[in-house]
Every structure is written in structure tokens, then in C-alpha cells.
Design a protein around this ligand. Sequence first.
Ligand SMILES: [Zn+2]
Length: 339
Amino acid sequence: MKIFSSPHQLAHTPELELHNGEMVPYAEKASRLDALCVAFDSVSESADHGLAPVLAVHHKDYIAFLQRAYGEWQQAGRSGDAFPYVFPIRRRRALDLSRIDGQLGRYAFDCGTPIAEHTWQAAYWSAQTALSGMADVLAGARTSVALCRPPGHHAGRDYMGGYCYLNSAGIAAQMAIESGAARVAILDVDYHHGNGTQDIFYERGDVLTISLHADPATDYPFYWGHADETGEGAGRGLNRNLPMPRGTGWDTYRGALESALETVMDFAPDVLVVPFGADTFRGDPISHFEIDTPEYSDMGTLIAQSGLPCLIVTEGGYNIDYLGENILSFVSPFANAFD
Ligand SMILES: [Zn+2]
């Protein structure tokens, strides 16, 4: 079983974020990637699949914005990380404005996703890492693991948020479709709802999106992830949200996961993509579930038992001391099942 990563993902180093009314140290630290990588004996370097698969999911104007934003921030005389502070919500038009602050607000939905000097480079290689893993699966691997950072599941077709800039899992799923897969399922097991992934595929009949997450009535991203969001048009019935209350432990989570896997199997996908967040961990500093390290192995076992070709893509997980143990616990059953 191959594990993919790229050192270019370390280049994204925002200093601060706005959290609960305070500017605090950025939780999505580059050292998270080191913790993920050292958990494995061998990590393969991600290949460059180019920009075309990224543009198959994200709007070209948004990509152009990500590429130029930090340069324009500097040209405006700013230093430090670029933050939005005004947003075109409540029927304001998404105008194509030249001032960087207008652009930041147009393409962001929160203040937790600053753009630093090398953000584009890291986000690009996070997407390439997921693509490398998917290429491995499409070449016949039963399971492949993409150690992606920054994460991606909050990023939509033309927006960033929640530490996410490019939806790496979604980009990989689209690659599978364009390579001939008739159906792809995305099963998101991060603590937070995968709102960007939901939005990207909401009207699609060929991609099933399911997310298990903290109830958005109490937790980020609040405005997505409710149980009554079930897809539209060709995608009607093909989005499923399973929100759970704070304090959820493995016993409750297991039942939701088994139900989600039944939905996956009914869909009969050619490929399964699993955005995995270790922020469901009981020791996570920003989240409120109670899953313990050995239970990630039970979670991995249930998903591996689907027998589907599977790409695992890393999302959140902010207790860096336990991040390596938790990803290893989750991934090991896949190796045992097939290798
Ligand atoms: Zn998360």
C-alpha cells in the first residue's frame, strides 16, 4: 500500500487565525504533515498531474485569484497573512473587483483561511498528492493513502474556508470519473461537515457524497451539513449528512458509519474516496468527539470491509502529538485486508 506526500505542502505557514473572537496561533500547522509522514516507514513523493484536473473542479477565476492573491496583498502595502473582512452575502453581487480586500471577501466564507506567501504552492501540491493516490488506485491498487495538507473538504468550486483552498478529495474523485469510473462515493469522516465537497457534487448523479460530522447547529461550518440537505437535480438523494452531537464516542459513531456504508454499497461505486480527519479524536484541541486511538482501527476495518478500491485523503486533526498514531491506526486495517 503506497503512501503519498509532497514536501511542498510544508510551504504554507500562516501565523494566526480568528477563532472565537481572538487572534490565535494557526491550528493547521505545517508540522501536522511531518507528524503524518513519520508514522509510515516509506512515503512516496507525489507526482505533478498539472493544473487541468484542478480546473475540472474549481472555477478558473478562483484559481487565478489563489495564484495572485498574496502578490496583490503585498502590492497593496500589506505585510503578514491576507485576511478578508467584507463579504458579498445577502444578495450582494459577486463583483469582479480589483482591490484585494474585495477579492478576498468574494472567494472566502470565513476569516479562518488566510493566504500566506506560499499558500498556492502548498494547496497545489495537496491536490497533486490526492491525484497521485488516485492514479495509484486507478492503476489497480486496492488502497492508497494521500497525506494532504492543507486540507480540502471545506473548499468549494469557487471558495475557500476552514483551512481549505483546493478540494483535494473532490479533485481526485473527478479524476476517477474522467478516467472512466461510472460512479464514485466520497465518505467524509472528519469531525466537521465536508461542505465544499457537498457543494461541488450536489447536483451530480455520478458522485455520492456522505459526511459524518458534528451537528452544524453547534459546530462549524454551521450553514451546511444538516440532515435535510440531500442533493438536487441529478444528484437528488445522493448527498447524505449524518450530524451527531458533541460528546459522540465510538459506539454511536459506529452505528452511523455502518448506516453510511450501507448507502455506499447501495450506490455500487467503482471507487471510494475517504476524507479522513483525526479531529474526531478525544484529545483534539478544537473538536468535541470522543474517539480514541485504537477505535480508529475499528473505523478503518469497517470501511476496508467494503472491499472497494479506496483512496484515503487526510483532512483535519489538530492534536499533533497523536496525529501519527491515529492515522496509522485508521490505515492499518486496509493494509491487512489486501496486502
Ligand atoms: Zn475538521
